[in-house]
Design a protein around this ligand. Sequence first.
Ligand code: 1GP
Length: 265
Amino acid sequence: MGIVSEYMCDRTPGTRHAILIDPADQTPGTAANRAMAAAHAGSSMILVGGSSDTDMENVHATIVAIKEALELVSWAASQDSDADAGSGEIPVVLFPQGATALSPAADGITFMVLMNSLDQRFLIGEQVKGAPFVKEAGIEPVPMGYLICEPGGKAGQVGKADLIGPQQTDRVAAYAMAAQFLGFRLFYLEAGSGAEYPVNPDLIKTAREACDLPIIVGGGIRDSHAARAASEAGADWIITGNITEEYDDASELQAVLADLISSIA
Ligand code: 1GP
């Protein structure tokens, strides 16, 4: 297993937090400031991905800017003898919608299959298209089963997902088992970016009991209450995208994220 896989798949008890940055929504400089605020707040990873209309150059510039900013954070922490042991550099991982939003500067990539898509493109097409780039660039792939639940949002529509309903525990259990049997290292339950409600904690709990994979949960998590519910149901990772992009002031963002992270620690 590579370094990023080991890091993401570490099952030490507790829930970690990551922010999702969409390069289409902000300049690389703003993305870097938000990543720094997240690192200071105690986030454990930066995911970069999102919109289907993002070009390669923009993704690359964003990742380079974030990595430079995080290097500074980690250097500053190393100079501070009072800093926490956990303040080292955190990974920047691609979370792509397709084969075009990639960058060789990323530490890793969630190499995913949208398991409940009805479209061949998201089951194997984009993966085959992107694989030569990932190999050539030497980006570490972390195989991931990705499942979209209601309401699903744009990801559900674009990905032509046969959405998992909030009460469909049997379905989620079967997908979680299949994800493990297929050799994925991670299992992601997605409600869709900006979802009006997050993944039902019952689905998370069922997936937790059905497989041994680390479970990532995202979509519609906007406050400590929702984050805690996902954490208590068994999520290993909580992802927040939209709330991260709502704050232009870095210290305000840091305070909001610190509050959310303290609720899942
Ligand atoms: C995307 O689920 C994440 O996978 C982010 O969702 O933007 O609603 O936080 P939000």
